[in-house]
Design a protein around this ligand. Structure first.
Ligand SMILES: [Zn+2]
Length: 244
């Protein structure tokens, strides 16, 4: 996968996910709001985030002022330390991240975690591959938190954050940028992560239908797939098409 940004609208870009499932590298949304750059998710590691920074330089993006976490999973959060920005998240995401922040992150801690919960081994190995240097690693804690909805307004661009929950991660939020008609859904409508997935767990049809029916947006950007127009999303997420 290249590091070439995908431009959706004059203000909105996406640093593309990596389709290699072993890498666990999600999309990072980029919204240029006047003097601010706002990111939707912070990347899976400092290395991933530095690649995002290089791509931001290429489009002369203003400094990153905010990183909005769609949910607390590591692959959306662990790069944030590179940006020096204010993190924004749901209250439940903040709670998870404050618990994660005090873990003794290191390769030996990862090994111990693999011993403790072998079903998480693929994720823990991906984490260890993504984060090269644990000594300087830290998890950026959200400073702006909310419960149901939150609106940020920066230089003429609004960010409408809404808690949607879902089986993938109960803290999941969506981020709508109405002026650009783009909706970032994170992983909210995905099944739970592989280690906690049960037979029959699949896409959340209710959430997917809700996103597909949102006439305020033209583009839907989910965590681990290419951005789709709302029409494309509606077809792809129809339950009979994905076996739900
Ligand atoms: Zn996730």
């Amino acid at each position: 996968m290249t590091d070439t940004l995908i431009q959706l609208t004059p203000q909105v870009w996406v640093f593309p996910y990596d389709p290699d499932p072993v890498k666990i590298q999600p999309n990072v949304g980029i919204v240029i709001a006047g003097k601010h750059t706002v990111l939707i998710d912070g990347g899976n590691s400092p290395r991933h985030a530095r690649r995002v920074m290089i791509a931001l330089d290429d489009i002369d993006a203003p400094p990153v002022s905010h990183v909005i976490y769609t949910h607390y999973h590591w692959d959306h959060v662990f790069g944030a330390m590179v940006f020096g920005a204010t993190a924004v998240a749901h209250e439940l995401c903040r709670k998870h991240l404050s618990e994660m922040a005090v873990k003794p992150w290191s390769n030996s801690y990862i090994q111990e975690e693999i011993q403790r919960s072998p079903s998480r081994e693929p994720i823990l190995r991906a984490m260890a591959r993504a984060v090269e240097d644990w000594r300087s690693f830290r998890i950026v804690q959200p400073e702006i938190v909310f419960n149901h909805t939150l609106r940020l307004y920066l230089d003429g661009i609004s960010f409408e954050l809404e808690h949607v929950g879902g089986a993938h991660s109960p803290d999941s939020i969506t981020v709508r940028v109405p002026e650009a008609r783009v909706l970032f859904t994170g992983d909210s409508h995905y099944p739970p992560p592989p280690h906690s997935r049960k037979p029959g767990d699949t896409y959340d049809a209710t959430l997917s239908e809700r996103f597909a029916a949102d006439e305020r947006v033209n583009w839907i950007v989910a965590g681990h797939e290419a951005p789709r127009t709302r029409a494309e999303f509606a077809v792809a997420k129809r339950p009979e098409r994905n076996g739900a």
